[in-house]
Design a protein around this ligand. Sequence first.
Ligand SMILES: *Cc1c(COP(=O)(O)O)cnc(C)c1O
Length: 487
Amino acid sequence: MKNSALYIKEPLLFEKHKEGREGLKIIDCEVPEKPISDYIDNKLLRDKINGMPELSEVDIVRHFYRLSIMNYNIEKGMYPLGSCTMKYNPKINEQIALMPDFLFTHPYQPESTVQGNLKLLYTIKDSLCKIFNMDDFTLQPAAGAHGELTGIMLIRAYLEDKGNPRKTILIPDSAHGTNPASATLCGYKVKEIKSASDGCIDLANLESIMNEDVAALMLTNPNTLGLFEKNIIKVSEIVHSKGGQIYCDGANMNALIGIANIGLMGIDVLHLNLHKTFSTPHGGGGPGSGPVGIKKHLIPYLPVPTIEKDGNYYYFNYSKDKSIGKIKAFYGNFAIIIRALAYILAMGSKGLKNIAINAVANANYIKSKLKDYYYLPYDLPVMHEVIFSDKYQHKTNVTTLDIAKRLIDYGLHPSTIYFPLIVSGAIMIEPTETESIEELDRFINAMISIAEEAKNNPDIVKSAPHTTPVGRLNETEAARKPILRWT
Ligand SMILES: *Cc1c(COP(=O)(O)O)cnc(C)c1O
């Protein structure tokens, strides 16, 4: 649109092919050479790969560079994705994770030669216990969902040990999809509990379905509506009174860190996503880390090895007879853990608290600036994210998907859409603590312009994006039947 002069339509390499063009020219050999058939049997040799594009080095380099700048990234602008914390992370933590002493450690090196690594693991475990007021942490799980699985396995082992693993896990209707998946993988039935009109767990509903078949309640706090579960103490009392456990999905802790005391809320198990809250970029399916924090009664069941210390000597402890076993090889995703500890130490307790203050202020700023333009299903103070819907845009048939696509034309990544499922046409926005007021305003102004367009010129929104190499894809077919081959 505005910068179309910079946009080059880039053909495929096959389309750019020019007979005889070469990437690398090597001069003919000036000394007598043995023919290649002296080394490789002639019938295995071919002189041409059919259909292989012939291109110069500059053709190829420009091709891939042009493709790379079609992409969006956190260095380019904010990612307003809710329930996913996509924030900018300090580059220094990348440098620290790349320090040769960490990088070249062999996982099988004897304990005595990796005392520094073990001390690092011990230190972060200890820091996380203090920050969230839990009694211990395992650092093995490789992601949030893996942490959930580990946490539910711990609960199962604990209940089994007490005589009955029970049958059901309660999960609020606003939960992240990984929650029911983890519970099911552990052999539990999932029972959904309703949210009350204030977006929090309906206490009466919980009381009526809580019984001695229920192993645990899995909740998310702040929940996926961006709201603090304000009855958390009451909720945990109801569940504990019938012998159940409280599992907290802490994938997005940037709203509470340094401020809320998780350990005092009656939570027995808490997983964190280091790759959301603690300085590893989230997304792209890259490596993550989902440490699980627990209260004392669950310590005997932790995955082996645990990291322990005897005086100043750090070691792996494999001898825990009630352990659920090993759930990830070696140290867990060690490089992610390094970044997280570097981040925690650089922040200090004051810095950690500022993360929460900024995350919450930014989300509430967006909420107050956009509430006249987009419908707010829950008009309450939010934590780190805010949920609107497309209800005001229904008059001109503009939908959440159209709004998301139009954001691309404004040079922004779309927000999360159609989640949580309990809000029809949900537009879920998390600005994160790392965005400046200028970037927030850029996003807000784009959203306001789109709301105006939806009123006065709905077609431009409905046919967006207009500035990308390809326009609207068939959302289902593009994922299920991708065309990956040029013919
Ligand atoms: C991201 C997220 C998860 C899953 O984490 P992964 O690392 O992607 O497996 C679980 N719950 C919530 C609320 C999340 O935002």
